[in-house]
Design a protein around this ligand. Structure first.
Ligand code: SAM
Length: 261
């Protein structure tokens, strides 16, 4: 007879292979097995939430996750299930949630944001992890961090550094290989992108846009000095320019509403 852990792994494999019905059945078996093995009620509820997520019933998954959190408020997997269910419900309601974009120039500021933006239970994808300075900050807050890095040399250092950190996964690939990224991590709450601060600005905006559509995060942090300087220069230009004629991007003002110089 398979253990609950084995059943969970098998269900995840079914999901990965695009077999949700099979995953659902295996999760149901895991719920029964957990009860038979005398697992805690919170863990059994989390398995139930996972089963409901596999069956695409986000409302029921949310309910089960909430019930688990009522019993065990710090339960990581329950937090993850609740966040995932909320995301699916929002999407089903046509709420393609707004994504806040943080643009930074200095790496020190980027790392600072790694210590403040992720919330408990969230999944973070970090693009351009280098040797893991930002990764370690992210891992202290997030439920899961997928660190993407291009070079084999840096990946080897990341594996050594985070080998014993269960919530960090290393993915060696090109950030532009979106199929590989989505295959490993199909969604994220937060995305951090730093493939070098002086990377071409237009390419970086394109990459940020692609990750936004691919993973549906609620927040993104992008490090690029050129973009950051450009936005800063706009801000100081606007301060100097004073009040001029302007129009709302969605609604042109009537002539009488336009602000005259
Ligand atoms: C400036 S470092 C990131 C520093 C990191 N944010 C930190 O806090 O230490 C940029 C990293 O992005 C990686 N990189 C560059 N191009 C990449 C690509 N196309 N895909 C994935 N990683 C890439 C580089 O190998 C390098 O390790």
């Amino acid at each position: 007879m398979r253990t609950v852990a084995e059943l969970k792994a098998a269900a995840r494999a079914c999901l990965k292979a695009g077999k949700p019905r099979q995953a659902q059945a295996v999760y149901a078996q895991a719920v029964r097995q957990a009860r038979a093995e005398g697992w805690g009620q919170a863990d059994a509820l989390v398995l139930e939430a996972l089963r409901q997520l596999a069956s695409e019933d986000a409302a029921a998954a949310q309910e089960a996750a909430e019930a688990a959190l009522a019993l065990s408020p710090d339960h990581r997997e329950a937090l993850h299930c609740r966040a995932e269910a909320a995301r699916r419900l929002a999407r089903a309601a046509g709420d393609d949630r707004a994504c806040e974009l943080h643009l930074v120039g200095r790496v020190a500021r980027y790392r600072e944001l790694a210590s403040t933006i992720p919330q408990e239970g969230e999944v973070v994808v970090e693009v351009g992890a280098s040797t893991g300075e930002t990764t370690s900050r992210l891992a202290r807050r997030a439920a899961k961090v997928v660190a993407i890095e291009l070079t084999a040399h840096n990946c080897a250092r990341l594996r050594t550094r985070f080998g014993a950190t269960p919530n960090v996964g290393i993915l060696q690939c090109d950030a532009w290989d979106l199929g590989t990224v989505a295959g490993r991590q199909p969604r994220a709450d937060v995305v951090f992108i730093d493939v070098g601060g002086s990377a071409p600005a237009g390419r970086m905006l394109d990459l940020a846009r692609k990750y936004r559509h691919l993973l549906g995060p609620r927040a993104m942090v992008l490090r690029n000095t050129e973009l950051n300087d450009f936005v800063d220069s706009l801000a100081s230009h606007e301060q100097q320019a004073g009040v001029g004629r302007w129009s709302h991007p969605r609604r042109r003002p009537n002539r009488s509403e336009a602000i005259e110089p």
